[in-house]
Design a binder for this molecule. Sequence first.
Ligand code: AMP
Ligand code: MG
Length: 408
Amino acid sequence: MLSVIEAEEIILNLVRGSNSHRDTEIVDLETANGRVLATAVTGKLDIPHWNNSAMDGYAVRYQDLEDCSPNKPVTLEIVTEIAAGDRPTVEIKSGQAARIFTGAMLPQGADTIVIQENTTREADLVTILQAPQPEEFVRHQGAFYQAGTPLLASGIKIGAAEIAVLATAQCTQLSVYRRPRVAILSTGDELVTPEQTLQPGQIVDSNQYALASFVANNGGIPLKLGIVSDCPEELKSAIAKAIETADLVLSTGGVSVGDYDYVDRILAELGGTLHIRSVAVKPGKPLTVATFDNNCLYFGIPGNPVSALVSCWRFVQPALKQLSGQKNYRSRFVGAVTRHELKAAGKRETYLWGQLHLVDGKYKFALAGGSHSSGNLVNLAQTNGLAIVPVGHKLIKSGEPVTVMLIS
Ligand code: AMP
Ligand code: MG
């Protein structure tokens, strides 16, 4: 059986091989949130756009105040007042100062700001008791960014901070990658939608909703294809349609060794190349990964809701992020100390869900309460990490170090 790392590398290589078909589109800044930059952005404006004051106070000439001290205070004449948004018109000469406020443009002649707390004022005269540092509290034009140099690289996912940077630089039209279309289908005769009344033996198709949320959170467009029964003909036509319409297909169920598990056979019949059939991981051992001539990447994921999500987090997430053009697509891990015993059978890399907390600068992992059966999804809610028990280990004792994969 493939190890987790081997499976991950196979998957990422498959995505790399299919990257050539990735298209781009132009979007407005208004709709750019969550999109991935396809082209590096270069700004046409310096940031700050001009020299301005970082504080409320007085704009002065440093030379006038070089020798200033409580014993040798200096008094300057206030010749103008500049608020944020004003355009200064008066040049500051030796012996003069401008009253100035945070964000206001520096006037000609001034090179330093004295904060108002270090001054006393009487009418049009300001007395300064302490020498400032040269150029103190001046935000210089271009100090944060120079026009024409790289501002944001391609492959960056656009969030609030990037939106702020792009808005400031007046970059309102952005080239982004087309979002991958991800078909989701749930296989199983026992499945009904959350709206339907349950008959004996039936269960709700939670995977459809969980995976749609997962896909949207990771830069894809979820295409919910619904429930398909365990009937080979129906399954085959549903899978064929999914492969035709999507860049990535996620089906859950039907990849195990049960009598009604037809997915692998159907993928082969449809001309797919099967790269992975199972992985030494728990939960989520029966994982199928296949590719098709049209570049579609297919994940056949086990039906157990926990197995399905763990498979998505561990294997689909890096692939989906990579497919959506993100440079940082790898899973993220942190070192933690476990508060609870972590048990495993030792044969497969085992993922146990729980909460990661930062306590006195160190990550602590607390196992989610309740059953850790892969059929129990209830205690998966509000977890943010998966603790990993490596192959060959059966126990990580409370207080011992553990690697935790971040899932939020
Ligand atoms: P399977 O992988 O098809 O053998 O399914 C394994 C287990 O997961 C069975 O108990 C199924 O009832 C359950 N299951 C399968 N698909 C879903 C789904 N879409 N939502 C919730 N549970 C599911
Ligand atoms: Mg099934």
